[in-house]
Design a protein around this ligand. Structure first.
Ligand code: ASP
Ligand code: MG
Length: 424
């Protein structure tokens, strides 16, 4: 018996449409038109959707009217309903174009997660159903942001999580890339609302995007970028409204622009600082401070411990505003046991970061950053770094100016061609 002839199957195109892009029935119809046109041209399409507009916020508020402590299982069931609504409506809207379409919940699409309700992680995707429907010539619409536990309970992936659904599905379906369609037309050197001279990037490396996303640039869910990096799956971020703008490709190698530049600047205004004063400098202190914070689910960001004079040290860390009061209270409760003299809360901080893989090999980035801030008379309260990022914490009133000054200092408003020298 001879082997079956190889069938050449066209790769699947995985697209994601965010809340704004499906924010009304008119917008859903616009998206349906785009998808139907591509499907009619022969593309095999899987589209992942968010809930319509601010639906998820409304569902969160509804739960809040009932209880301050909802059970995770029911909370996830409630939130998952938003994406089911938009998936069903989008499938109907595509059928109106005489293009066959089917909507699937996370479970029907085979998206399995662990059982960490409200921030579950995808553990595997069984693609059989999706492939069967594609084989029948259907456009497959999938409710993003949700999955199912091994025990068949709904889970959600954390706010903004439908980006992650899309990238995970693209990887599982061996798509060449994930296409994220949103209300911005790409990734910018910084938020154009902060600096109007910000420039859209043609492409950006996974690691750079990850640093920008976790330092306050809200374009993409960081976990989605992590998955892109893990599977080396390029992610296109583009506008669902403007087909003439090519968007930004998040990928491994940045090609069109030299990689030895600062690529982007993130500004995070949701920063509060907690300083524990005059802590005795002995082993175990840091774990005594951060252990209880971790147990309380408080997400600690930048941590700085000052060099100690006379075996006393100041320890400062940053948290988001909504966790500041709880973190402050915990540290005050523990201050006596620590032997600390005081715990100070400062809710008026902002965090400005420069990001670029070029920092791994280049020199002078920090000096240039600090010089630019000094010339603008902006005081730096804390500094932290990673291999490809330098972050300065400043007073919140200086945040925007700091981002603008750095955008100019690192010449991010000027497009450059490959091969040009790094700014020195
Ligand atoms: N609808 C969810 C949210 O608002 C998930 C998403 O939009 O990605 O967080
Ligand atoms: Mg979103």
């Amino acid at each position: 018996m001879s082997a079956p002839a190889p069938v050449s199957v066209q790769p699947v195109s995985v697209q994601k449409y965010g809340g704004t892009s499906v924010g009304s029935t008119e917008r859903l119809q616009h998206v349906a038109g785009r998808i139907a046109a591509r499907a009619a041209g022969g593309d095999r399409i899987v589209a992942v959707v968010s809930a319509m507009g601010k639906t998820t916020d409304s569902l969160v508020a509804l739960a809040g009217e009932i209880t301050a402590t909802p059970a995770g299982r029911e909370y996830d069931m409630l939130l998952a309903s938003g994406e089911i609504v938009s998936a069903a409506l989008l499938a109907m809207a595509i059928e109106e174009h005489d293009v066959p379409a089917i909507a699937l919940t996370g479970q029907q699409a085979g998206v399995f997660t662990d059982d960490t309700h409200t921030r579950a992680r995808i553990t595997r995707i069984e693609t059989d159903r999706i492939l069967t429907e594609l084989g029948r010539g259907q456009v497959v619409i999938i409710a993003g942001f949700q999955g199912i536990t091994p025990g068949s309970d709904f889970t959600t992936l954390g706010r903004g999580g439908s980006d992650t659904s899309a990238v995970a599905l693209a990887a599982a379906l061996h798509a060449v890339r994930a296409e994220i369609y949103t209300d911005v037309d790409g990734v910018y050197t910084t938020d154009p609302r902060i600096e109007p001279r910000a420039r859209r990037l043609h492409d950006i490396a996974y690691e750079e995007m990850l640093e920008l996303a976790s330092q306050g640039a809200g374009v993409m869910h960081p976990r989605a970028v992590e998955l892109g990096l893990l599977y080396d799956l390029p992610i296109l971020v583009a506008s669902s409204f403007r087909e003439d703008v090519p968007g930004t490709l998040i990928r491994k190698q940045v090609q069109m622009e030299p990689s030895n530049r600062v690529r982007g600047i993130a500004l995070d205004r949701d920063v509060a600082l907690i300083t524990i004063r005059a802590v005795p400098d002995r082993p175990g202190i840091a774990s005594q401070v951060f252990g209880p914070l971790a147990e309380a689910g408080i997400n600690v960001d930048t941590i700085v411990q000052n060099a100690s004079a006379e075996r006393l040290t100041d320890m400062t860390f940053s948290v988001a505003h909504d966790q500041a009061a709880a973190a402050h209270a915990l540290c005050r409760d523990g201050a006596d046991d620590l032997g600390a003299s005081d715990v100070i809360l400062d809710e008026h901080a902002a965090k400005v970061s420069i990001v670029g893989t070029g920092m791994q090999s280049g020199v002078g980035y920090a000096a240039k950053m600090f010089r630019a801030l000094a010339e603008a008379a902006i005081n730096i309260e804390l500094i932290s770094t990673s291999e490809i990022r330098i972050t300065a914490i400043v007073h919140e009133d200086d945040g925007q100016a700091a981002a603008q000054v750095l955008h100019a200092a690192f010449e991010l408003d000027e497009p450059v061609l490959a091969g040009e020298a790094a700014p020195g």
